[in-house]
Design a protein around this ligand. Structure first.
Ligand code: AMP
Length: 302
C-alpha cells in the first residue's frame, strides 16, 4: 500500500523572529512525504528545475520515498518567500515564482497506481489537482489542501476539485476566504452545504485543529512544548502524518482520523523546531513515537 502525493517542490526564503534562511528546500509534497514515510511509502508527483540538486532525490529514496513521478524539467524550480511577523501568525507571502510549474502537467506513473488507495492533493495549482482527479479510474480516498494564493486566483477550478474529494484540510483564514463569512461555525456549515466533503479539518496553529463532519466537531490540541523556530511546512507535515496513519488504519472514520490528527500534530511539532526540513529529515521513529504517546495522553480528558 502507498500514498500518492501531488504537490509543490520548492526553494523557500523564510524569515521568522528566530532568523532568516535563503533557498532552502521546501514545498508541500516534500514536507508531506517526509512526515508520511515513517508509516508508509509515499510516492511523489511534482516537478523541479535543472537548478535542483539530485542529491536530495537520493536522500528521499533512502527514506522510502518514491521519486519516480518527481520530474526534472527545463527551467527553474518553484520558489516562495514568506515572512512570519510572529511565530504563531500566518506568513506574509513576499514572492511566489511558479517557474517550472507554469507548464507542468502531472502524470501518475503506472507503478504508483498499483495497490494505491489514498491520494493527497497537497497545496498546488487547482488546475493540476483537477488533472489528477480527472485521470483517476478507480475510487480512492482523496484529501486536499490549498492556500489563499489559489483561493483568490483560481476559485472556479478549486470549486471543481472540492466537489470530488473526501477530506479537506485548510487553516482558519483559508476557510473564511472560501466561505466569505466571518463566523467560524457558519464557515464550516458553508463547506458542508456547498461541497460533498465528508471530513473538514481546520488547522488553528498553536490552538490545535478541529475535525468537523456534518454532525460533529472534535478538537485536537497541538503539542504544547515545541520550541517554535519556523512554522513553514507544519500543515503539510500534519497532513503527511495523518494520511500515513489512515493508510495503516483498518477503517477511515472519525476515530481513526482523530488519532491520525494527534499523530500528525506530533510530527508537525518537530517540523517547526528548525528551519525548513532539517529536523523532520533527521527525526528518529522512537522520538516521534514518544511524542505521539505524550500527546495522546495530553489529549485525553477523561
Ligand atoms: P505550509 O505547510 O502551509 O506551511 O506550506 C509551506 C510550503 O508551501 C512551503 O515550503 C512553500 O514552498 C509551499 N508553497 C507556498 N506557496 C505555494 C503555492 N502557491 N503553491 C504551492 N506551494 C506553495
Amino acid at each position: 500500500m502507498s500514498i500518492i502525493v501531488v504537490g509543490s517542490t520548492a526553494f523557500d526564503d523564510i524569515e521568522t523572529p528566530k532568523g532568516k534562511r535563503k533557498r532552502i528546500i521546501g514545498g508541500s509534497c516534500i514536507y508531506f512525504s517526509l512526515a508520511a514515510c515513517f508509516k508508509s511509502k509515499p510516492k511523489i508527483v511534482s516537478v523541479v528545475g535543472k537548478d535542483f540538486s539530485k542529491k536530495i532525490f537520493d536522500k528521499l529514496n533512502k527514506k522510502n520515498i518514491d521519486t519516480e513521478g518527481l520530474v526534472v524539467a527545463n527551467g527553474k524550480t518553484f520558489s516562495w518567500g514568506g515572512k512570519y511577523k510572529s511565530i504563531s501568525e500566518d506568513p506574509e507571502t513576499k514572492f511566489t515564482n511558479l517557474n517550472v510549474f507554469e507548464n507542468f502537467k502531472p502524470s501518475i506513473p503506472d507503478s504508483y497506481v498499483r495497490n494505491n488507495k489514498i491520494i493527497f492533493l497537497a497545496n498546488i495549482d487547482p488546475d493540476l489537482q483537477n488533472n489528477v482527479l480527472d485521470s483517476m479510474k478507480k475510487k480512492k480516498f482523496i484529501g486536499l489542501d490549498t492556500m489563499n494564493f489559489w483561493i483568490l486566483s483560481k476559485r472556479k477550478s478549486l470549486d471543481r476539485a472540492l466537489n470530488k474529494i473526501d477530506l479537506l484540510t485548510i487553516n482558519e483564514l483559508e476557510l473564511s476566504l472560501i466561505s466569505n463569512k466571518k463566523s467560524f461555525k457558519k464557515s464550516i456549515q458553508y463547506i458542508f452545504n456547498n461541497y460533498p466533503i465528508k471530513y473538514l479539518i481546520v488547522k488553528k496553529g498553536s490552538a490545535g485543529s478541529i475535525l468537523a463532519t456534518k454532525k460533529s466537531f472534535k478538537w485536537i490540541p497541538c503539542f504544547p512544548f515545541a520550541n517554535m523556530t519556523d512554522p513553514t511546512g507544519a500543515g503539510d507535515s500534519f497532513a503527511g502524518g495523518l494520511f500515513s496513519f489512515l493508510e495503516k488504519s483498518k477503517k477511515i472514520d472519525e476515530n481513526s482520523i482523530c488519532l491520525g490528527m494527534i499523530y500528525g500534530s506530533a510530527i508537525a511539532s518537530f517540523t517547526i523546531e528548525s528551519f525548513g526540513i532539517n529536523k523532520i529529515m533527521n527525526l528518529k521513529s522512537n522520538e516521534l513515537n514518544l511524542r505521539f504517546n505524550e500527546l495522546k495522553k495530553i489529549s485525553k480528558i477523561l
